[in-house]
Design a protein around this ligand. Structure first.
Ligand SMILES: [Ca+2]
Ligand SMILES: [Ca+2]
Length: 158
């Protein structure tokens, strides 16, 4: 048994224990795959939202697949008028969007609203939101916009 196998075993065991309470319903907390998600009850700018998630031992949302995107949409369907921060941004280099939560580039799955990202508002839109004006497709918006946000945690993180 390689050390890699041992690590995988430990990770899977941890997931099995952590998923014991995973109820899938519309609520402020939900699960998908190995992640737990929490929808904020307060609005904040992107940096504050990122820090708030970290305080909870979580990260701002990163969306890696259509399935994950759908799981999130199912759980915000009752909040059609709200925008939600994800961890996506291009604060490091204009046009190069990455998930701050993972450090990985955004993609290959992407779900931009038509004509987005457009870096509008004086070319100062650097943070990815789930945009209420486009059925929660993705939009780059000004990072200081006060929005709800979604934290994502992996059970074995921290
Ligand atoms: Ca994710
Ligand atoms: Ca935009």
């Amino acid at each position: 048994m390689s050390s890699n196998s041992a690590i995988i075993f430990v990770i899977c065991f941890c997931i099995a224990v952590s998923n014991g309470t995973g109820a899938k319903k519309v609520s402020s907390r939900f699960t998908f795959g190995n992640s737990t998600y929490e929808i904020s009850t307060n609005r904040a700018g992107w940096v504050q939202a990122k820090n708030d998630c970290r305080v909870k031992g979580m990260r701002l949302l990163s969306i890696e697949s259509a399935e994950e995107n759908n799981a999130v949409l199912e759980n915000i369907v009752l909040m059609p008028g709200e925008r939600f921060w994800t961890s996506g941004s291009d604060l490091g280099h204009e046009g190069a969007f990455y998930w701050e939560a993972t450090g990985h580039s955004v993609g290959p799955f992407i779900n931009w609203a038509p004509d987005q990202p457009d870096n509008a508002q004086s070319r100062s839109e650097h943070c990815i939101e789930l945009w209420h004006e486009a059925n929660h497709l993705w939009n780059d918006n000004k990072c200081d916009t006060q929005s709800l946000y979604i934290c994502e945690g992996h059970p074995c993180e921290e």
